[in-house]
Design a protein around this ligand. Structure first.
Ligand code: NAD
Length: 491
């Protein structure tokens, strides 16, 4: 279905995100007929000179990161792009921008519909939003929407400040806070797996599930992002947003309807039920790590403190593991173990739901070692689910053997599922905010992680405590062993 006509005003048009994700995603929508022909994009940045340069830039992005090499289509697509050199702190620039936007609105018959996409350094988010209002860009007869990238604040306090700034110009339902994990095929599938299968939902509680494990591991180190990352660390970069979002989708009650408000309100309830961090016992629940030197795919790599732009005494965690408890009827007593880190042994995001053992093992005399039933949801790079069961080993006697039933989305359609950004852009164009984070979710997750950061930032850690290429520090294994569990291998 074609989305409504709209102008997209993209701040940060020459940035890494625009180049790798946004242009190829928009182009895919265009090719699939999901973008109205009446669309125009105004790219705002500093380093280019004119429309022609931006169009080249966009074309190059599609040829490099996209799936098409059809020059005719690409040229037709890029003809909708306009460039504005712009300093985001200068009012005069916004006035020029308004003139251009008003002109394109008429030329393309956009009906005043406007999407403002902030894909630039977060320090400017608030300033830009304020200027958009003050300088009249949000004065329009059509819809106006603000798409805002992560990070949304540095902690609760700064997030509140930012939120107040953007709320001056946009209502809550006009704000689309990006968490690109919510655009991923298998993250969106969590809800469907749970609520469309009679065999899961009745078991989806503390009577039948023993624990849930969420792992998001990277093999990359900090790369060129140290200036940002060293002030953020794994807890702000990954846990406050992506990991907590996955927890809410796994734990929420069935919404009464599949509407944005109903789904979001169920997710918020999960965050409200999270057991607050007890600062005194923080080490019993949370583990931090920082990588030292080691090997990734057989290649020597340096430790975090030796990376470019990282202070040599940095106390920043590149690894997080935690045990989250949700104090409600459904989940009382079921730990949600969450871990994420850089320079780990594999690049993988996976959720493992471990079911409780059956009451007794009838087969132990035959030497059978029953394995727990697991439902594994593969988020990336594999996409699909695996169900681990026990069956009879073929042949004489009654000996059990574990098997896996596997479903892979990539195999089924023989093509890649759409990029997260493609789905999220399409949702935003159609005004569907379900897969974006509501302010209440942002605030509650900051409140939770701030308690942990407050302790960690005032206690120097013994870093490095895991070698690059490993699955993290020993303490993360102990976290589960204390409870009689262990991490299911993701490799
Ligand atoms: P970047 O540094 O590559 O790009 C910044 C862009 O902002 C450039 O186009 C630059 O010209 C423009 N800009 C900077 N200062 C400006 C000013 N004063 N006036 C006008 N324009 C100015 O950043 P990025 O990696 O593309 O990230 C953009 C946003 O997206 C950030 O919030 C980031 O956290 C988020 N994000 C990025 C990625 C990614 O993969 N790069 C992933 C997730 C989220």
């Amino acid at each position: 279905v074609e989305s409504p006509s709209s102008l997209i005003l993209l701040f940060g048009a020459t940035g890494d995100l625009a180049k790798r994700k946004l242009y190829p995603s928009l182009y895919n929508l265009y090719i699939k007929g999901q973008l109205s022909d009446r669309f125009a994009v105004v790219g705002v940045a500093r380093r280019l000179k004119n429309d022609a340069e931006l169009r080249e830039w966009v074309k190059d992005s599609i040829l490099t990161y996209g799936e098409s090499e059809n020059e005719k289509d690409i040229n037709a697509f890029t003809s909708h792009f306009y460039y504005q050199s712009h300093d985001v702190t200068d009012s005069a620039s916004y006035k020029q921008l308004k003139t251009l936007v008003d002109r394109l609105d008429k030329e393309y018959e956009l009906g005043g519909n406007r999407i403002f996409y902030l894909a630039m350094s977060p320090e400017f988010f608030g300033t830009v939003a304020e200027h958009l209002k003050e300088d009249g860009l949000t004065d329009t007869n059509g819809f106006k929407r603000l798409v805002i990238e992560k990070p949304f604040g540095h902690d609760l306090q700064s997030a509140i400040k930012l939120n107040n700034q953007i709320r001056k110009a946009f209502d809550e339902d006009e704000i689309y806070r990006i968490d690109h994990y919510l655009g991923k095929e298998m993250v969106q599938n969590i809800e469907v797996i749970r609520f469309s299968n009679a065999i899961f939902e009745p078991l989806w509680n503390n009577r039948y599930i023993s624990n849930i494990q969420i792992t998001s591991s990277e093999t990359l180190g900090v790369e060129e992002r140290a200036n940002y990352y060293d002030k953020s660390g794994a807890i702000r970069d990954m846990v406050q947003n992506h990991m907590m979002q996955m927890v809410t989708l796994l734990a929420m009650e069935p919404p009464i309807k599949l509407t944005t408000d109903e789904i979001r309100s169920e997710k918020v309830k999960v965050l409200r039920a999270l057991r607050p961090v007890d600062k005194k016992n923080i080490h019993d629940y949370f583990v931090r790590g920082q990588y030292g030197k080691g090997q990734i795919n057989g290649k020597e790599v340096v430790g975090y403190r030796q990376e470019m732009n990282v202070p040599e005494d940095s106390n920043t965690e590149t690894y997080f593991a935690g045990k989250l408890l949700i104090d409600n009827f459904r989940w009382a007593g079921v730990p949600f173990y969450v871990r994420t880190g850089k320079r780990m042994a594999a690049k993988s995001t996976k959720i493992v739901i471990q079911f409780k053992d059956i009451p007794m093992n009838l087969y132990f005399k035959t030497g059978s070692n029953l394995k727990p039933n697991l439902l594994v949801i593969h988020i990336q790079p594999d996409e699909g689910i695996t169900l681990h069961l026990n069956v009879k080993k073929a042949g004489q006697g009654i000996v059990t053997t574990p098997i896996k039933l596997k479903y892979s989305t990539k195999g089924v359609d023989g093509m890649n599922t759409p990029e997260a950004y493609e789905k999220l852009l399409y949702d935003c164009l159609r005004g569907d905010a379900t897969n974006f984070t509501h302010w209440d979710e942002v605030a509650l997750s900051w409140q939770f992680v701030d308690e942990i950061s407050a302790v960690w930032e005032n206690e120097p850690a013994v870093f490095p405590n895991y070698p690059a290429g490993s699955m993290g520090p020993k303490e993360a294994d102990l976290l589960l062993e204390k409870d009689g569990f262990s991490w299911w291998s993701i490799i």
